[in-house]
Design a protein around this ligand. Structure first.
Ligand SMILES: Nc1ncnc2c1ncn2[C@@H]1O[C@H](COP(=O)(O)OP(=O)(O)OP(=O)(O)O)[C@@H](O)[C@H]1O
Ligand SMILES: [Mg+2]
Length: 282
């Protein structure tokens, strides 16, 4: 297989080569086009990357560059037009979800007719987990998400941040080892978003899932990830990769006060800004 070389990143030259661990997600020359009203839209073109066990990778790019499309193909919800996706070495098959993969969607997908506890426990019900064990696991998840006292509330009576915490826990409750997250905090205000980063980092530090996190928020990508994959404006192509080796555990607020954070932010911002401008012009 043919992978583009990682660009020389200068400031992280002493980092060990990526790829020391097991590859869990292997995306090779991936492409996707959509046909609509006699027009063909090339959404994604020739994208290749690998994600290793326990790595937290952010997929960053402007609106419409194909981030959700890539995630949907990895999640088997969409067939690819070209290239391949392997999870743990096995090619994914459209509409055949891989057991170890959890997906937190871009849109709020909670069931409005189910309470917080019934939303979080839904996948356990489907899996036939006995009621007593289900109750215990749901109770623990609610506590972990800071939602104690809201178990019997319906989504309509929750804030946006609380709904996102329910959505996160609904995915995490089945303990997926690979997590696909599509701008899960995109609709939240800055403070609530930082709080969600704290919750997510705390869980990830403990569980070390393999994460592919889609965002167009550079600060979010820098705060959370080990590596940023920067996509070009549509058609989404791999533009650059950046290793993010700020020490962990990270605190979303104090990290932003570090000079190293500001330096890397401005470096990537420039490259991302070019793609935002192209996206607006197209
Ligand atoms: N089902 C579809 N049918 C036709 N075109 C589609 C479909 N899904 C996505 N597209 C097109 O593919 C391109 C990429 O869309 P996608 O949703 O992947 O972008 P994105 O990077 O996730 O954007 P955002 O940050 O706004 O969520 C867009 O031009 C979009 O119009
Ligand atoms: Mg999207």
């Amino acid at each position: 297989m043919n992978y583009p070389a990682l660009p020389d990143q200068g400031i992280h030259a002493d980092r060990p080569p990526l790829g020391a661990n097991r590859v869990r997600i292997d995306v090779c020359n991936l492409g996707k086009s959509f046909s609509m009203d006699g027009r063909t839209i090339q959404a994604v073109e020739d994208v290749s990357f690998r994600i290793h066990e326990g790595e937290f990778v952010a997929l960053l790019g402007p609106s419409g560059c194909g981030k959700s499309t890539i995630l949907n193909m990895i999640a088997t919800l969409l067939p690819a037009s070209g290239g391949s996706i392997l999870i743990d070495g096995a090619p994914v098959v459209p509409m055949r979800p891989v057991r170890d993969v959890g997906y937190v969607f871009q849109r709020d997908t909670l069931f409005p007719w189910r309470t917080v506890e019934a939303n979080i426990g839904y996948a356990l019900e489907l899996a036939g987990v006995p009621a007593a064990e289900r109750r215990e696991r749901v109770r623990a998840a609610i506590a972990q998400a800071g939602l104690t006292g809201f178990a019997t509330f319906y989504p309509a009576s929750l804030s946006g941040g609380m709904r996102q915490r329910v959505a996160l826990m609904r995915t995490l409750i089945v303990q997926p080892r690979i997590l696909l997250m599509d701008e899960p905090f995109g609709a939240l205000d800055t403070h609530t978003k930082l709080e969600m980063h704290r919750v997510l980092l705390e869980i990830w530090e403990r569980e070390k899932q393999t994460v592919l996190f889609v965002t167009h928020d550079l600060g979010e990508a820098l705060t959370l990830s080990d590596r940023i994959i920067l996509l070009s404006a549509r058609p989404g192509q791999l533009k650059e990769e950046f290793a993010i080796d700020f020490p962990r555990p990270r605190d979303a607020v104090t990290l932003r006060e570090q000079p190293a954070y500001a330096a890397l932010f401005s470096r990537i911002w420039h490259s991302l800004g070019e793609e935002f401008a192209k996206g607006l012009a197209s």
